[in-house]
Design a protein around this ligand. Sequence first.
Ligand SMILES: Cc1ncc(COP(=O)(O)O)c(C=O)c1O
Length: 451
Amino acid sequence: MEGADRRLSTLARHLQTSAAGHENATITCSPTSSSSSSGDHSIFANILPAPEDPILDPRGAVFVTVAYNKDPSPVKLNLGVGAYRTEEGKPLVLNVVRRAEQLLVNDRSRVKEYLPIVGFADFNKLSAKLILGADSSPAIKGNLVTTVQCLSGTGSLRVGAEFLAKHYYQRTIYIPNPTWGNHTKIFNLAGLAVKTYRYYDPLTRGLNIQGLLEDLGSAPSGAILLLHACAHNPTGVDPTLEQWEQIRRLIRSKSLLPFFDSAYQGFASGSLDGDAQSVRMFVGDGGECFIAQSYAKNMGLYGERVGALSIVCRTADVASRVESQLKLVIRPMYSSPPIHGASIVSAILKDRNLYNEWTLELKAMADRIITMRKQLFDALCARGTPGDWSHIIKQIGMFTFTGLSTKQVMFMTKEYHIYLTSDGRISMAGLSSRTVPHLADAIHAAVTTIV
Ligand SMILES: Cc1ncc(COP(=O)(O)O)c(C=O)c1O
């Protein structure tokens, strides 16, 4: 015990000395401190709250949900959260997922052994087919793709980023401005330099294609380029197919490396093939690319953390060497991925009936969101709300980037108990026919009160 005490006070002295040199550090207590509150004896007493702390990150969805939970108002509405809700405002477990789980439970031959490092082989094959196209993809036919099961979209991006940081000569990744908040952190932590390219034009509330092409045109040859496959988060603005073709030609002519983030396949338009068109264009030209897939939104498997990273190579031999190196990236991170979620996905993707049922349920989710867009647009028109709100029906996917200012958002929260991120992003999936009028009233009041 005495030895342990000595080690503790040495550690405390060390922590105090290093924290003292840190401008912003506030040492509240240490194990050797004589004050008497209960945190005093923690060796972590000098740890500062992380920036993700809701109070320090008032723009984010976490802050929004914390504030929403504290609000006692019966009309409160949370439009910050990026998860699907039913008309009744409830989370949804797809019927097809329940059926697949039942099949798994009934199958007594199933065991809970470790999966291989790269995950469930069936799942990997089926995932590659889902994003690249069942039989038509030359990349699949030629064994040019290596796919590894990862921890949802985030984990797939991270494994891809770690691989690139270790094996690719270019260490800079360009991400769109704006983009999903986690992108910068994922790539930075893997050791890549993150730069942005122009994407959204606040004036048109659409794509800044000119700025995008200029920025990609001046990126160094070989740079990595993060692209949202569809339903860009947070703006809901996607390039048209013609614009994708322009982007593709530029990327290939400059030998940039596309890294697709596909978090919303099927969830955007209701069509799995439609939402994969951008990716398939790039794979169709025979060039290399990375694809991170998530089953969080399109199968509602948020908490199961199911996803896949595919790397499309130019030859089967390279693909197999890439896979061998991916194993070395994955092994020290989490050893091997979890079995349950990937088994659900595989069961659905390989059975024609379950697959068809899934596509119907997926389309129903996408359609509900599209209907919410139409209802909100109509409600604003009916109120004569100043401004052009057509972007609400033009944008695609889970989110609408409303164009509301931070002050207008704060007004809506204070006066109408409506919670959204301060950049004006609304999760359309959180709306229902019942709550649209309340939101339209709030937007109308915000834009007519705060100009
Ligand atoms: C653009 C984008 N990429 C990736 C993800 C990752 O999600 P998950 O890790 O839950 O699959 C999200 C989730 O919101 C997203 O919006």
